[in-house]
Design a protein around this ligand. Structure first.
Ligand SMILES: NC(=O)c1ccc[n+]([C@@H]2O[C@H](COP(=O)([O-])OP(=O)(O)OC[C@H]3O[C@@H](n4cnc5c(N)ncnc54)[C@H](OP(=O)(O)O)[C@@H]3O)[C@@H](O)[C@H]2O)c1
Length: 318
């Protein structure tokens, strides 16, 4: 088969479409003939040499795919050859075939094409697990989503609205603001012009900025609020005023999906299929696809992501 290899750490040009060994199918694995994958910010970090795949994961980039089951391992009863699926991966999605533990495989939700389904596993599992399982966002509460136009953000805005929350989000331009309003955001803050901490008061905050936004996020939390940090785009280290946190009886949680053990990913995946897939099937939440790029031209897709012009997900299609 062929796969995108990172020839050496660097810019998009280091992504090369090459012959690669067929994946090994373990007893609990599903082998997927890949229809599409999608680009994540983490793939850019991996390309640059800042984010190694976890032990045992494929060396090729790609955290999610959609496709058709080609083969299943001896212990797998949940899927069979020919099934149309999508899957959350530890790596290896930028390839013609990928093997993945069955626990991380999902059916394609109703109303979504097989290609578009590649835009869902990362955003659905990340947003559901962080905002709802960890953050416990409830109907009527306010969610602040940083980067509402990102892959993650476009899904978080829609899902929180569909489940009855008031949604505030930050974006970097007026055009992106328009787009996230169309997706359901109640309030949009342009982070280049305004200080979100002055305007937003949230029960739950989904943060992708880390250090740079820590003080502002704690300020923006309501009493009993929950700050969930999933990205460190604004740095790793910051000072925290514990007095403010204590006074608000607030919580901070930071987490990553990729490094979790298979069983933990499995719990999230099943919860997503039970709780999120029906909303997609009902048309209340949809994948937001900005562009489809041939997988062999993954470098072009990375240039697009690097430019920051996208809203939603960039797919890599075969
Ligand atoms: N922990 C996990 O398990 C996990 C899983 C998936 C993703 N993530 C993280 O989630 C983030 C989004 O991922 P993605 O793949 O969806 O990325 P993406 O589409 O490339 O989005 C990056 C976003 O960052 C926003 N941004 C940049 N500077 C900002 C600022 N100062 N204030 C607010 N927003 C700012 C951009 O907003 P504009 O374009 O409007 O300027 C853009 O929407 C990344 O940090 C990624 O690492 C974490």
């Amino acid at each position: 088969m062929r796969a995108i290899e990172i020839a050496k750490p660097g810019g998009p040009e280091v992504l090369e479409w090459r012959e690669a060994p067929e994946p090994r199918v373990e007893r609990g694995d599903v082998l997927i003939d890949v229809t599409a994958s999608a680009v994540n910010r983490a793939d850019v970090l991996q390309r640059q040499g800042f984010y190694d795949p976890p032990p045992g994961a494929s060396p090729y980039p790609g955290l999610e795919v959609s496709g058709v089951v080609a083969e299943v391992g001896a212990d797998v009863e949940q899927f069979k050859p020919g099934d149309e699926v999508c899957a959350l991966l530890g790596g290896g999605g930028y390839a013609e075939r990928v093997a993945v533990p069955w626990q991380q495989v999902m059916p394609v939700p109703d109303r979504v094409s097989l290609r578009e389904a590649a835009a869902l596993p990362e955003v659905a599992c990340t947003v559901w697990s962080n905002v709802f399982m960890i953050g416990r966002l409830r109907r009527g509460e306010t969610l602040l989503v940083h980067g509402g136009a990102s892959g993650i953000g476009t899904f978080a805005v829609q899902l929180a609205k569909a489940l009855g929350s008031y949604v505030v989000t930050t974006v970097g331009s007026a055009a992106k603001g328009e787009r996230v309003r169309e997706l359901g955001a109640d309030e949009v803050i342009n982070y280049r012009e305004e200080d979100f901490a002055e305007k937003a008061h949230a029960d739950v905050i989904l943060d992708i900025m880390g250090a740079k936004y820590l003080a502002g996020n704690v300020r923006a939390l309501k009493t009993g609020g929950r700050l969930v940090i999933i990205g460190l785009q604004g740095g790793l280290k910051a000072e925290l005023n514990l007095g403010v946190l204590l006074g608000k009886r607030a919580a901070i949680h930071a987490t990553t999906l990729r490094a979790r053990p298979v069983d933990e990913k499995g719990v999230i995946v099943r919860s997503v299929v039970d709780n999120v897939w029906p909303l997609i099937g009902a048309g209340a939440v949809s994948p937001v696809v900005y562009a489809e790029v041939p997988m062999s031209e993954a470098a072009e897709a990375h240039r697009m992501l690097d430019s920051g012009e996208h809203v939603g997900k960039i797919l890599l299609v075969r």
